[in-house]
Write a protein that binds this ligand. Structure first.
Ligand SMILES: Nc1ncnc2c1ncn2[C@@H]1O[C@H](COP(=O)(O)OP(=O)(O)OP(=O)(O)O)[C@@H](O)[C@H]1O
Ligand SMILES: [Mg+2]
Length: 282
């Protein structure tokens, strides 16, 4: 007798979130409107697992909006988003909270608590998995404090652990933010212009750190940047956005500097992904 196929997930039960076999991040025909503004316009893209994927594009082209769809901070007006096997477009808030436990995020302005010690800032990365409020470093379990210190060692800031976060330089603060994301043991790290506030030397240091951590931990990184040269040097894959549309999508190895700078050419008209005419000199 043939067994009836298992219902999976059972009705009303959220599917499990694992990275095993569900590494992909995929947007299919995603449109996002904010009132009359179309921030994303029929975007279909998938990111390469365990690699550094970079989004390039002018201010307002939709980079942050796209990143925020990956962890469900935004939901599409139309289309589907699947992250680590989770259908973000239709997931419950509870499922999204669990997904965000596997998807870390860092920002241009670091979002640290300046008055807190560096070590406590890193511990806060575990708040999602701890019950109850935590105030003060010693309100965190010892294992969390030890883990936080290990992350600080990895980002090269163990000697700053007990300093106030706001006494650190911008580059150091971004490293603390990376450590805070890593303590979640994420499968995916979203980085929204992580080096936009940093000088060129600190920028290169932070990007090098991100790429080496991606290799060590098989971490998928999706990172928005304004620096074409950094993208060409460090990205595995580059996706160009213009006016909410994908105008370029290929590996950095296959991309010329002219291609990459072409993403910024001032063309108002939307261009299809497979139409390379937007690259012609004008
Ligand atoms: N919450 C929102 N409400 C209304 N409009 C929004 C919202 N978020 C983004 N937009 C609009 O969507 C468009 C894309 O914005 P987005 O922030 O994604 O661009 P970006 O590429 O990240 O730009 P930047 O490089 O300046 O960070 C812009 O026109 C922006 O004004
Ligand atoms: Mg942005």
């Amino acid at each position: 007798m043939t067994e009836a196929p298992a219902l999976y997930p059972a009705p009303g039960v959220d599917p499990p979130i694992t990275s095993e076999g569900h590494e992909s991040i995929e947007l299919q025909h995603v449109t996002k409107r904010f009132g009359k503004v179309t921030a994303l316009d029929d975007v279909s893209v998938s990111f390469v697992p365990r690699k550094v994927n970079v989004l390039l594009g002018l201010s307002g082209s939709g980079k942050s909006t796209l990143l925020r769809h990956v962890n469900g901070l935004h939901r599409p007006t139309d289309g589907t988003v699947t992250t680590l096997g989770t259908p973000v477009h239709s997931a419950s808030e509870r499922t999204l909270r669990r997904l965000r436990g596997r998807v870390g995020m860092i920002f241009q302005h670091f979002h640290l608590v300046g008055s807190m010690s560096v070590l406590e800032n890193v511990c806060t990365g575990r708040l999602g998995s701890l019950r109850g409020p935590r105030i003060g470093l010693f309100s965190y379990p010892r294992a969390v404090r030890e883990d936080a210190m290990e992350q600080l060692v990895r980002v090269g800031l163990a000697d700053k652990a007990f300093q106030r976060a706001d006494t650190l330089s911008g580059g150091q603060q971004q490293r603390v933010a990376i450590a805070r994301a890593l303590i979640q043991d994420p499968a995916v790290l979203l980085a929204d212009e992580p080096v936009a506030s940093l000088d060129p030397v600190s920028s290169a240091g932070v990007i090098e750190l991100l790429t080496s951590i991606s290799e060590e931990r098989d971490l998928t990184i999706v990172c928005s940047l304004h620096q074409v040269e950094i993208a060409l040097d460090f990205a595995h894959r580059i996706v160009g956005l213009r006016s909410g549309q994908v105008v370029l999508d290929r590996t950095a190895a296959e991309m010329t500097r002219e291609d990459a700078y072409g993403i910024y050419s001032a063309v108002a008209a939307p261009v299809a992904v497979d139409d390379r005419s937007w690259r012609s000199p004008r």
